[in-house]
Write a protein that binds this ligand. Structure first.
Ligand code: FE
Ligand code: CA
Length: 522
């Protein structure tokens, strides 16, 4: 809790608001500069993200009582000091400044540091009043075109708090990745699970207060907190940050569009408040600009896509609701309509420009849902899971064609969502499984969320040799080492997701030689 000085200010503010509400259109507060805290306001840790050649985003949120509806903070803006240094003792400062933690944004802080030297490691921390945060580690990207020897990327997805402990993140931190990429289901919006490994408070999220509490619970997890302090992250969302299987302006339930968009606005706002997202991603109502690219010297361009916000509704939804279904193509001609989109026309054009202009050795397209199209039917017909790219074949073909047409160097799709490891090569021509490899896909399993039914994995198994590996038994993440000549990917599995101290082991490893499309098992 904050001391009486701020409480006095709160009382004055209330009095002002009451006395003058008819005359004063709005009461503006001066930001509080010297708050005193009875408990650690940095209870949710620190984070950084989206490195460029001259800076990055630094994040924290003031929340001395992280599970209280106001975070234990008064409704006033607070000044927060930040500093970034070359050394752990902060004797060689690279930059410092003061920013404002706005009450309206849950006292979150998003500092966009600029003007730093490229290709350097840094330490950063925050101060508010007498409270000093833990120290985070981050870095700037190499200068455009500069050589980079190696980059270690960890790929994560689907971390249901109630369905396991985040032991995967402890191993991930021990791996010392340069970058953590999260492709969605960072939270789950639903109420308590039937047999939870651990419980979170709250039922299904609908309001801003609901989503804020859910993020606060997740971020008090010590492993997740330390993973955010360990290195910069880049993120994109999938469905559970808002509502299961939502698409664009429609939730899973059939309800007025305005009702769902109010929920989406609340969910996006809480997402932004709790993550090291760039300022351009700050939501305006129900809209959030999440897709973006970062370049790491001449080694890697990472394109983060948004497959939820602009997509066409899933074709042939289940009776009485919206959302995904297992749909027979033969019974659903609508699924193949050319106008159906996964990314929306604006983002499709943007991706095309990114791909056309990329000079990087490797090009990662990171997004939520599986790109490999697996036929789940065994009766000679074609049954697809309609929420993933399989349910948007025209959009999938367009993206694949763009990649091939622009001769994008070493393209790899990074995906999540299905709670299974899938490693696959995709033919250049979607209609010809024997065509040369056009790109490879690495799907990470879930951090904790339970695996899919057996028939889902079996459908991928039937696609061998195009699919190299399919495993729905294990939770975990992908550890991807990129060098100018080679990509090496380890599928890292958690031994027992019910244990906070669980060890992890490598299930399988795959490589791609730069310039030679296609995976091989090593
Ligand atoms: Fe999930
Ligand atoms: Ca999902």
């Amino acid at each position: 809790m904050v001391d009486s000085r701020i409480n006095r200010r709160r009382i004055v503010a209330a009095a002002l608001a009451g006395a003058g509400s008819a005359l004063l259109p709005r009461v503006t507060f001066a930001a509080e500069d010297r708050p005193r805290y009875a408990s650690d306001p940095f209870s949710l840790g620190v984070a950084s993200g989206y490195p460029t050649a001259d800076g990055m985003v630094l994040w924290t949120r003031l929340a001395p009582q992280p599970l209280a509806s106001d975070g234990g903070m008064p409704p006033v803006d607070i000044h927060v000091h930040w500093e970034i240094a070359h050394d752990l003792n902060f004797t060689r400062l690279a930059a410092r400044g003061i920013t404002r933690a706005e009450a309206a944004w849950a006292h979150s802080v998003h500092v966009e540091v600029r003007g730093l030297a490229p290709g350097r490691h840094y330490f950063y921390r925050f101060r508010s009043g007498d409270a000093v945060s833990e120290i985070g580690r981050t870095w700037t990207a190499a200068a455009p075109g500069a050589n980079v020897d190696r980059l270690r990327v960890a790929l994560a997805s689907c971390q249901h708090y109630e369905q396991g402990f985040f032991a995967a993140y402890r191993q991930m931190v021990a791996d010392e990745p340069d970058l953590i990429v999260h492709v969605g289901d960072y939270i789950y919006e639903s109420g308590t699970n039937k047999s939870p490994v651990r419980k979170h408070p709250g039922d299904e999220c609908y309001t801003l207060a609901d989503y804020r509490l859910r993020y606060s619970v997740y971020r008090t997890d010590p492993e997740l907190r330390s993973a955010h302090a360990a290195c910069p992250w880049m993120l994109t969302h999938d469905d559970h940050e808002v509502d299961n299987d939502y698409a664009n302006d429609h939730g899973e339930k059939i309800e007025p569009k305005e009702t769902f968009l109010a929920r989406r606005a609340a969910a996006y706002r809480a997402y932004y408040e709790h993550l090291p997202l760039p300022r351009r991603a700050r939501p305006r109502g129900p809209d959030m600009l999440l897709y973006t690219t970062r370049h790491f010297g001449s080694l890697l361009s990472l394109h983060m896509l948004d497959e939820r916000q602009y997509r066409s509704l899933q074709a042939c939804p289940p009776a009485g609701k919206n959302g995904g279904a297992r749909v027979y193509e033969e019974e659903c001609p609508e699924m193949n309509a050319p106008a159906r989109t996964m990314l929306g026309s604006t983002q499709e054009r943007w991706v095309d420009e990114q791909l056309a202009g990329s000079r990087s050795r490797w090009n990662f397209l990171a997004q939520g849902v599986t790109f490999t199209r697996s036929n789940e039917a065994t009766d000679g017909r074609h049954r697809y899971w309609s929420d993933a790219w399989a349910g948007y074949p025209a959009a999938r073909d367009r993206l694949l064609r763009d990649i091939v047409r622009h001769r994008v160097p070493n393209p790899v799709v990074l995906s999540g969502d299905i709670h299974a490891f899938i490693v696959a090569d995709l033919p250049k021509d979607p209609a010809d499984p024997n065509a040369a490899v056009g790109l490879s896909e690495l799907v990470t399993s879930s951090i904790t969320s339970p695996g899919p039914p057996d028939f889902v994995v079996a459908a991928y198994e039937r696609m061998k040799p195009q699919v190299w590996y399919a495993d729905g038994e294990h939770r975990g993440y992908l550890r991807i080492d990129v060098t100018p000549n080679r990509l090496h990917a380890d599928l890292v599995a958690v031994d027992d997701v019910r244990r906070a101290d669980s060890a992890c082991h490598v299930l399988a490893s795959f490589e791609i030689e730069a310039g030679t499309p296609g995976l091989r098992r090593v």
